[in-house]
Design a protein around this ligand. Structure first.
Ligand code: GDP
Ligand code: GDP
Length: 434
């Protein structure tokens, strides 16, 4: 299970410069927070073979010093709550400021690894000046320059060393279904409706309880682990923080599941936050089921469901081969259909097509519709196979893999979907030289 690292510090110390260096071209998710704060960013990266997520907690604030301070407190609170390790960034140009001291005071009480990064140490004079940050009482510091990367290697070495070991791998026996979505979509109600009063077996796996609870579900011939992100609520007065916590929990739950049950509120639609979650699930190549909850609340006419579904599919493009279940936890309408569908998606995701069968089906299709010639050269696909990965990936062996373009890849993906049914599952198609 990958860890989360939060970067905190005053505005302008260089947090986003450092974040961008870490994430490089990898996609980051932007959590746009309206009003006083700047966008928060998070993304994934790796160092020395360890994967982890990074949050840049933002912190650009317009307004008075009080607003400023309240904002920093929130940032630190967020980091303390959600992260496994914290990078506290300060700026050698300005030296120790009262606000740095406030943050240090909060961080000294934290029972998590804290790394003090003294940024903008671009020359030897500044390296000397950095010594003053010992005064923060956080021990050893790391002099770095985010703009050119100097010193960041040492910081990251120490950081990944301190991250908790990945824990989840061995007990990945049962299918893992994550119930994710915005606050108030109906996740807890859904889980309660499924397990009823008598929660079957509730396992609190050490180290994971603070962001998700695993509940084993075993009824009606289905057995799986429910990864429940709804059960734990962090108290926060601020609505936007609640949203953010829920997104962070979703990130983790999604990373460690086989199928994501994305619960959305029918009255709110497939909005930006739901799209973020959908996108994350897709990026992580997880199975996906969309559960449109609170269907009881909509005024319905003959085509309401059809139109609603069509609208969602438009938003999902290009990955539209995803089941959508309209349910109401309140009236218990289709809640078992939701589970049935998740099981189907799980089976689709773990499906293994025999090489002989795959070639028997795909080669004639390729023959009647070969890749278009590129620069006068013909691509000949000789055979294909499914790779032994947990999720469906297919390799097509050919003479000139570099000449096969995206539209043809999509064509093959669609044919694979038509012929073998991968509904709800991202499918990867690769071309390799043979
Ligand atoms: P944030 O508000 O903490 O995210 O800070 P930014 O990353 O936006 O950086 C604030 C300013 O500091 C920008 O003008 C950066 O170019 C500059 N900066 C960041 N890192 C360094 C560094 O290592 N050396 C110097 N000299 N400037 C830096
Ligand atoms: P969570 O934050 O996603 O766990 O959402 P909750 O399960 O706490 O539900 C939020 C609110 O929506 C509660 O007041 C529920 O009673 C209500 N709710 C949940 N499912 C439905 C539904 O299918 N129909 C209606 N009308 N309300 C629902």
């Amino acid at each position: 299970m990958s860890s989360i690292v939060a970067i905190v510090g005053r505005p302008n110390v260089g947090k986003s410069t450092f974040f961008n260096r870490l994430i490089q071209r990898r996609e980051a998710i932007v959590d746009s927070v309206s009003g006083v704060t700047r966008d928060r960013h998070y993304g994934k990266t790796d160092w020395n073979g360890r994967n982890f997520s990074v949050i840049d907690t933002g912190g650009y604030v317009l307004g008075s010093d009080d607003v400023f301070e309240a904002e920093i407190d929130k940032q630190v609170e967020l980091a303390i709550g959600e992260a496994d390790a914290i990078i506290f960034m300060v700026d050698v140009e300005t030296g120790v400021t009262p606000m740095d001291e406030d943050v240090a005071k909060l961080l000294r009480k934290v029972n998590k690894p804290v790394f003090l990064a003294v940024n903008k140490v671009d020359n030897s004079k500044r390296l000397e000046n950095a010594v003053e940050f010992y005064a923060l009482g956080l021990g050893e510091y790391f002099p770095i320059a985010s703009t050119n990367g100097s010193g960041t290697g040492e910081l990251l070495d120490a950081l990944v060393e301190a991250l908790p070991e990945d824990t989840r791998e061995e007990e990945a026996e049962l299918p893992r279904f994550a119930v994710v979505g915005r606050p108030n979509a109906g996740k807890s109600s859904f889980i309660n409706a499924l397990i009823g009063e008598d929660r079957y077996i509730v396992t609190d796996i050490a180290g994971t309880t603070r962001d998700s609870i695993d509940t084993r579900y075993n009824r009606f011939g289905f057995e799986f682990n429910l990864v429940d992100t709804a059960g734990i609520r962090r108290k926060s007065k601020v609505k936007e923080d609640l949203e953010f916590y829920s997104v962070m929990r979703s990130v983790r739950a999604i990373e460690h599941c086989d199928v994501c049950l994305i619960v959305m509120d029918a009255t709110r639609g497939f909005d930006g936050q739901v799209q973020n979650i959908f996108w994350l699930a897709q990026r992580n190549r997880k199975g996906i089921v969309i559960l449109v909850n609170k269907w009881d609340l909509l005024e319905k006419e003959t085509n309401t469901m059809k139109e609603y579904e069509a609208n969602i599919r438009r938003e999902m493009e290009p990955f539209t081969d995803v089941p959508i279940v309209f349910m109401s936890v309140l009236t218990k309408q289709r809640i078992f259909k939701a589970i049935e569908t998740a099981v189907e998606v799980y089976n689709n995701r773990s499906k293994k097509i025999k090489t002989s069968e795959l070639n028997e089906v795909m080669l004639p299709i390729i023959e009647s519709y070969p890749p278009p010639a590129y620069k006068g050269k013909y691509v000949k696909i000789k055979f294909c196979m499914q790779l032994p990965t947990p999720q469906p990936q297919f390799a097509f062996f050919c003479n000139l893999p570099q000449y096969v373009k995206d539209p043809y890849k999509r064509f093959l993906e669609n044919k694979l979907r038509e012929e073998f049914d991968f509904t709800g599952v991202p499918v990867s198609v690769y071309f390799r030289k043979k």
